[in-house]
Design a protein around this ligand. Structure first.
Ligand code: AR6
Length: 175
């Protein structure tokens, strides 16, 4: 799908295996020391140097984002976001939207042309996938016309159910 000259892709896959994109986004926690889920996969793939680089930028709160190199990964950058814990960090939708806003702001500041996002907060942090997808599409719809350097945004969903949920939500929003 192309919106205002920006390609938006929805794919099923692993965020650590997107070698054609300049930046990937991590769903981290405030310590930026690594963890489970996407965070664990990214830290394993990037190697121990990542922990040193990211921990030096900690702590960050829900909705905030910081950028590091990608070390052993094929990408150039990793943008670390902390999503809201559903039911705890409020207002959840605004904090989740801020992750996407701040990640894209950092991408623009670093002249990044392509970026992959996982479904932030929808694992350990418990954000219902369809609800998160609505926030993601609404936020991207507002931001994309303002992007200058970013030309490709890939939403990477780990399993088929997540991918189908995103596609169904998108379908319901554009109807
Ligand atoms: N590639 C893409 N998506 C993935 C991958 C992967 N390799 N692995 C999991 N997902 P989560 P959160 C999906 O829990 O909810 C960590 O411990 C997963 O199916 O990784 O923001 C951090 O350190 C889900 O849909 O992130 C924090 O403590 C989505 O990615 C906490 O978990 C997000 O799940 C953050 O929780």
């Amino acid at each position: 799908m192309i919106i205002s000259g920006v390609t938006v892709e929805i794919v099923q896959g692993d965020i650590t295996r997107q070698p054609d994109l300049e930046a990937i986004v991590n769903a981290a926690n405030s310590s930026l020391l690594g963890g489970g889920g996407v965070d664990g996969a990214i830290h394993r793939a990037a190697g121990p140097e990542l922990k040193k680089a990211s921990a030096a930028l900690a702590p960050i709160g829900p909705g905030q984002a910081v950028i590091t190199g990608a070390f052993k990964l094929a990408n150039q950058y990793i943008i670390h976001c902390v999503g809201p814990i559903y039911g705890e960090d409020k207002p959840e939708a605004d904090l989740l939207a801020s992750c996407y806003i701040n990640a894209l702001r950092l991408a623009e500041e670093n002249a990044i042309t392509s970026i992959a996002f996982p479904a932030i907060s929808t694992g350990v942090y418990g954000y219902p996938l369809a609800e998160a997808a609505e926030v993601v599409f609404r936020t991207l719809g507002q931001l994309i016309p303002c992007l200058k350097s970013v030309k490709k945004v890939r939403l990477v969903l780990f399993d088929k159910r997540a991918c189908d949920t995103y596609l169904a939500k998108l379908d319901s929003l554009v109807r």
